[in-house]
Design a protein. Structure first.
Length: 395
């Protein structure tokens, strides 16, 4: 019995561990671009349009009727039962089928554009969470530094070299940093919950990355003609042209075929048939639709020009941001941080042997805090700039 209980407990803990997971940025992007409701809706739209390919093959209803002509009530007149069917020309069905195929392609391009937007948003949200996680780690490092300074201050106090003020000042700095840590932690949990809701995945407990690093990427030329947003406009123009053909085909004649059987003066059967052509006499309305559709194509062409200009403007902004942030990052990495680190090490050593005032040590620690926070902020902003630049790229 005890073995069964132990086995059950182990299985429960195993299930609990499997039910919780950490997630990487690549997994976030893959999950959101495949499982987001908007993407699934667009998959259904594509399927719907492909099903409607055969909808253009439908023909007008069969006309079934009965007529009679009588003189008096002798039932000796003419009684007729007839069938009349109009048929569209094959060109009509073909043009409608082509239109549905092009609409399905439009859905595929809309899906691609949506996936790009989802990728940008989810990657930015992931970087926001990673930024907050890195700030927590930085604060833990700084708290350890303060505790080290406090230990030195306490030793000097015990030795009678200083008053209690350095110890109290260091403890106050620690408490302020701990308060800041609580705020960052709360913000981190809020952003993580937002990610869980966005992915509709309650099993996520954390992101997998532990430190904010610069995303690897390179600046390159971008062909905006191949961007999903531009390709979607091109496809809408194709759809509009296909729709023009469908509208124009309303002016095509219909083939009319009829058959009837008659009883004439109680004599049966008599048969008859007819074949003809239905020709549209009133064309003004159809021609107005065609003209309006042509204007819609021109509207789409202007929209394409505007979209390319927008993407080009976003590219210039992203490139400028990347170049400026890279310069700032290099300055912080190569100049500010090494200098402050050496200064901090020297200050702690000098303070330990009584050659430096504790205020100088605390001031140096605060400078380190500001510099490292600036470093994280620059890396975060640079990563967002790269994400925005990646959104402009094809593939």
């Amino acid at each position: 019995m005890s073995k069964l209980i132990i086995t059950a407990i182990l299985l429960f803990f195993s299930w609990s561990l499997n039910a919780q997971k950490s997630i990487s940025m690549e997994e976030v992007i893959e999950q959101i671009t495949k499982q987001h409701p908007t993407v699934l809706q667009q998959d259904l739209y594509i399927e719907q349009q492909l099903i409607l390919k055969d909808a253009g093959k439908k023909q007008p209803f069969l006309n079934v009727g009965y007529t009679f002509e009588e003189v008096g009530i002798g039932s000796s007149g003419i009684h007729s039962l007839y069938l009349l069917q109009n048929f569209n020309l094959p060109k009509v069905a073909k043009s409608k089928s082509i239109l549905q195929e092009e609409l399905a392609k439009t859905g595929a391009l809309q899906k691609e554009a949506t996936q790009k937007q989802l990728e940008r948003y989810s990657a930015s949200l992931y970087q926001q969470i990673l930024f907050l996680k890195s700030k927590q780690r930085l604060n833990e490092y700084l708290l350890a530094t303060y505790r080290k300074i406090e230990t030195i201050a306490q030793k000097r106090l015990d030795a009678g070299e200083t008053s209690k003020l350095p110890v109290l000042a260091t403890q106050t700095a620690q408490q302020q940093l701990e308060l800041q840590q609580m705020s960052i932690r709360q913000n981190y949990l809020v952003q993580l919950e937002k990610l869980k809701q966005y992915l509709m995945d309650s099993t996520i407990t954390d992101i997998r990355d532990t430190a904010l690093v610069v995303l690897s990427n390179t600046l390159q030329s971008i062909d905006f003609e191949a961007h999903p947003l531009v390709k979607k406009i091109d496809q809408n123009i194709i759809v509009n042209n296909a729709r023009s053909q469908v509208i124009q085909n309303q002016l095509l004649p219909q083939i009319s075929v009829g058959f009837q059987t008659q009883i004439v003066q109680l004599q049966y059967p008599f048969f008859g048939g007819q074949i003809g052509v239905n020709v549209p006499l009133f064309k003004k309305g159809v021609k107005a639709e065609m003209k309006a559709n042509e204007l819609n194509t021109r509207i789409l062409e202007q929209g394409k020009i505007w979209q390319i200009q927008q993407l080009n403007g976003q590219q210039k902004i992203a490139m400028k941001n990347i170049e400026q942030l890279q310069q700032q990052l290099a300055h912080v990495e190569n100049t500010i941080l090494p200098t402050l680190q050496k200064q901090q090490e020297f200050s702690e050593t000098a303070y330990a042997i009584g050659e430096l005032n504790y205020l100088n040590v605390l001031q140096g620690s605060q400078q380190i805090i500001m510099a490292r926070n600036s470093y994280l902020q620059v890396v975060f902003q640079l990563n967002l700039a790269w994400i925005n630049y990646q959104y402009l790229m094809v593939g």
